[in-house]
Design a binder for this molecule. Structure first.
Ligand code: KG4
Ligand code: ZN
Length: 338
């Protein structure tokens, strides 16, 4: 089954063709980062307008790269939410119209479920049940994943998402947006032990997170240190180590509590080199197998949306013309709260 996936929830217009939820025939991501750069964040109205300009060329380019005729597409997958409503509507309306014109099934996909499914595009995939750490610009959560259609939320952030904390710290230091990769690269040149920022453990045996404390600690350090500009790499390394240590500890702890052998790290921040390294090292010590997406599938993309849709369609789920987008986070995979 060949699925055309479409993703327009934030600042990336993406289209991909994926066969049987596994083989990527093409994946095109057109980023709007430059259009939002001057504003230090994503401007919803600009995002929607840019998606409208990009959607047809991006889909066309995915079709050209896969080199298959339109009639070979069996179904459509599109991000339904959470995200910016105006942005989501561009992809959603496009998918509805495309599916209606071609008389093929289509399914709206929860963006979080897309990120979680991104590791199923790898050659080696996790065995159910496993524990997933979702770290992006909008979310930081730990899930116990029981199947492609069932999961349990074990914990989540009480304030900022981890990607958001990276972006805000980068902005405080005048380094640019988005901040994740900038801080990641800068931290490589720094010494994390020079400025030991606090670790927000909350309850060490539970899985909730908080990143506003470390963010404020960075702000205080900047205010109290006149020559902080000479210490940017140590600030970046210290901040990153504080975040990575907590994320790694809680993920490993969650897997052990659930008795799982497999763990995954997904979402934009899963591209972080130090996080990948720390989790891989700890997993090795505890006999756990780590699954991470390739770097290009960590950030927003449409291949993960098409992969998630494959499993939904296998499970008999489909969307209808009356369906609409949603802006706020909804549980992925019929999630049960504990
Ligand atoms: O998954 P994503 O592309 O969009 C959302 O669904 O939010 O994640 C974007 C986030 C941004 O906050 C960005 O700064 C962060 O992922 N990010 C990183 C890295 N690359 C992207 N954070 C830390 N290290 C990175 N290398
Ligand atoms: Zn995302």
């Amino acid at each position: 089954m060949i699925i055309l996936g479409i993703e327009t929830s934030c600042d990336e217009t993406a289209a991909a063709l994926v066969e049987n939820g596994k083989t990527i025939l093409s994946s095109v991501v057109s980023s709007q980062i430059e259009d939002h750069h001057a504003y230090g964040g994503v401007v919803p109205e600009i995002a929607a307008r840019k998606h409208l300009e990009a959607i047809v060329p991006v889909v066309q380019s995915a079709m050209d790269q896969a080199n298959i005729p339109t009639q070979d597409i069996d179904a459509l997958a599109v991000t339904q939410g959470p995200g910016l409503v105006g942005a989501l509507l561009v992809g959603f309306s496009f998918a509805k119209a495309f599916a209606y014109a071609r008389k093929i099934p289509w399914v709206g996909v929860n963006h979080l479920e897309g990120h979680i499914t991104s590791v199923f595009l790898n050659e080696k995939t996790p065995e159910f049940p496993y524990v997933a750490l979702l770290v992006s610009g909008g979310h930081t959560s730990i899930y116990h994943i029981c199947s492609h259609t069932e999961c349990e939320l074990m914990g989540q952030t009480r304030d900022d998402a981890v990607g958001e904390a990276y972006d805000k710290v980068s902005k405080m230091l005048d380094l640019g947006y988005p901040g994740g990769l900038i801080i990641d690269n800068l931290a490589k040149k720094g010494d994390a032990s020079k400025i030991p920022f606090p670790r927000a453990w909350l309850d060490k045996s539970a899985y909730d997170f908080s990143f506003s404390g470390v963010k404020s600690a960075v702000r205080r350090y900047i205010e109290d240190t006149p020559d902080y500009k000479n210490r940017l790499s140590d600030i970046a390394a210290g901040f990153q180590e504080s975040v990575v240590e907590v994320l790694t500890y809680k993920l490993i702890h969650a897997a052990k509590e659930k008795g799982c052998r497999d763990i995954s790290v997904v979402g934009g921040v899963a591209a972080n080199s130090r996080l990948r390294e720390a989790i891989t090292n700890e997993a090795l010590k505890h006999g756990l197998r780590v699954h991470v997406p390739s770097i290009d599938l960590c950030g927003d993309n449409a291949a993960m949306i098409a992969a998630a849709a494959f499993h939904l369609l296998q499970n008999g789920q489909k969307s209808g013309m009356e369906d609409d987008v949603f802006s706020r986070a909804k549980s992925p995979m019929g999630q049960k709260h504990r």
